[in-house]
Design a protein around this ligand. Structure first.
Ligand SMILES: [Zn+2]
Length: 402
C-alpha cells in the first residue's frame, strides 16, 4: 500500500530527483501535526519514519512540492465492524465476503484517509488472518487493530440481538457470552495469547427490536476489565446510560463508547472521565445520523465533556451499508456540528485516537520518530475525501501510508 500510494503521489504531483540521502521530502506544506498547524514546513521521511519537520528547506531523493496542500496524520477509526453486521451472518456468507468484498471495503477506508482501523466483534481466527495479510501486504488497506469477539452476558447484545439473526456460528464468533468471573478471565487470557490489540465489553441490557438483551453482572464486567489490565490490554465498554458508564470507569475501563443517550444528571461522569483521563467515543455517526433528537442530547454531552478537557474520540461505528472510510469523515463533521472546533475534531481522529488505541508512539502525530503515516492533498488531489473546514484546509485529500 505504501509503495502504491507513493507511486500515485509521484504520478499526481510535481516531484524532482535530488542527490541527497533523504528518502522523501514533502516541502512547503502546511502541516497539521495532530496537535497544531505549522505553515510552510518540510516533512523529511527516511526508512518509513518521519525524521524531521521544520520550516527549513530540505532535499531528498524524492521531493513532493506541497505548495497549497495540507499534510496531516493518517486518520484512525477506533470503532468499526469489519465483519459483525457487515459480512452476513453464516460462516459461508462471511467467507464469501472475505473473497469478494473485503478488499474493496478496506481500500475505501484508505481512499478517505483512514490508515488505521480498530474492528470489533469479529470471528477471531478470520480477523487475525486479515490483520496478518494486511501486514504482509497480501491485502491492501489500513493498519488493522482487532479485539475478536465482544464480551457480553449470556443472552446479551450482540449475541442474541438482530445482528446475528439467530445464527449459532455468528453468535459464538461475534460475542463471548460469559456467565462467571472465571470464564471472563479465561477468555480474556485466551484472546491475549492469540494476540488481540484490545478488549471490548458490552455493558448494557434492555429490549432491542422486541428481544430482551441480558446485561453482564457487575462482578463479571469488573473481572473482564481487571484481567485485561493484567494482560496489558485496554478494555473499552459499550454503554448507553450514565450509571453503567460510571461503573465501567470505576472498574478501570480505558474508555466508554456510545455513552449515555439521556442528558447528564450531574458532573459525575465528566469527573470520572477526567480522573484519571479516559476516552469518550460518542459514535455520533453510527448512533444518531437518523435521530436528530438523540444527536442534540449527545451533542450537549460531547460539548460539556470537551470543555472540561475530556479526551473525545472520533469513532464511526461503521457496519453494514454504512460507507467505510467516509463514515469517519462524517463522524468528524458531526463532532464539529456538536460543538468541537475543527482542529479539536481532527485531534479526535489522530493524536487522541492513537492514545485511545494504544499506538501513540507510532501513529496519530506528525513528528520525528513517528511512522510516515501521512494524509496530504490539494484541491485537485484524487484520493481520500473532504475533512472539516480546518482553516485554510483543502477539500480533497491524498494519502501516504506506511
Ligand atoms: Zn459498534
Amino acid at each position: 500500500m505504501y509503495r502504491l500510494l507513493i507511486a500515485v503521489l509521484i504520478l499526481s504531483w510535481f516531484c524532482l530527483t535530488a542527490h541527497a540521502q533523504n528518502d522523501l521530502v514533502i516541502s512547503n506544506v502546511r502541516v497539521f501535526t495532530g496537535q497544531e498547524q505549522i505553515e510552510k514546513a518540510s516533512i523529511v521521511v527516511n526508512g518509513g519514519k518521519i525524521t524531521q519537520i521544520s520550516t527549513a528547506p530540505a532535499t531528498g531523493r524524492v521531493v513532493i512540492d506541497g505548495e497549497g496542500k495540507t499534510a496531516l496524520p493518517g486518520l484512525i477509526d477506533s470503532h468499526a465492524h469489519i465483519f459483525a453486521a457487515t459480512a452476513g451472518v453464516t460462516e459461508a456468507e462471511t467467507r464469501d465476503f472475505v473473497r469478494t468484498k473485503l478488499q474493496e471495503r478496506l481500500l475505501a477506508m484508505v481512499r478517505y484517509g483512514v490508515t488505521t482501523v480498530k474492528s470489533l466483534g469479529d470471528p477471531t481466527d478470520i480477523i487475525l488472518q486479515v490483520r496478518r495479510e494486511l501486514r504482509e501486504s497480501k491485502l491492501s488497506g489500513p493498519r488493522m487493530l482487532v479485539v475478536g469477539p465482544i464480551f457480553t452476558a449470556v443472552g446479551g447484545h450482540p449475541a442474541t440481538s438482530p445482528v446475528c439473526q439467530g445464527d449459532s456460528w455468528c453468535r459464538s464468533t461475534t460475542a463471548a457470552e460469559v456467565a462467571t468471573e472465571a470464564d471472563a478471565r479465561r477468555i480474556v487470557g485466551r484472546l491475549a495469547d492469540q494476540g488481540v490489540d484490545g478488549i471490548k465489553i458490552v455493558y448494557s441490557g434492555g429490549v432491542r427490536e422486541g428481544i430482551e438483551m441480558k446485561k453482564l453482572a457487575k462482578p463479571v464486567m469488573e473481572a473482564i476489565v481487571d484481567e485485561s489490565r493484567k494482560r496489558g490490554l485496554r478494555a473499552t465498554a459499550h454503554v448507553v446510560d450514565e450509571p453503567s458508564s460510571l461503573e465501567v470507569l470505576a472498574a478501570g475501563a480505558w474508555g466508554i463508547e456510545h455513552g449515555p443517550g439521556e442528558p447528564l444528571t450531574s458532573n459525575a461522569l465528566i469527573d470520572a472521565l477526567m480522573k484519571p483521563p479516559r476516552s469518550y467515543a460518542p459514535t455520533l455517526y453510527g448512533n444518531t445520523r437518523n435521530n436528530p433528537a438523540l444527536f442534540q442530547v449527545k451533542a450537549r454531552t460531547v460539548t460539556q465533556a470537551y470543555k472540561a478537557g475530556v479526551r473525545i474520540i472520533a469513532a464511526s461505528d461503521v457496519s453494514g451499508a454504512m460507507p467505510p472510510g467516509r463514515a469517519l469523515l462524517e463522524e468528524i463533521q458531526l463532532l464539529v456540528k456538536a460543538g468541537l472546533p475543527p482542529e479539536a475534531a481532527l485531534r479526535s481522529a489522530t493524536s487522541l485516537a492513537a492514545l485511545h488505541v494504544g499506538k501513540e508512539k507510532e501513529i496519530g502525530s506528525l513528528a520525528p520518530g513517528m511512522m510516515a503515516d501521512i494524509r496530504a492533498g490539494k484541491s485537485a488531489g484524487e484520493h481520500c475525501g473532504p475533512v472539516p473546514n480546518l482553516p485554510g484546509h483543502s477539500e480533497r485529500q491524498g494519502c501516504l501510508q506506511r
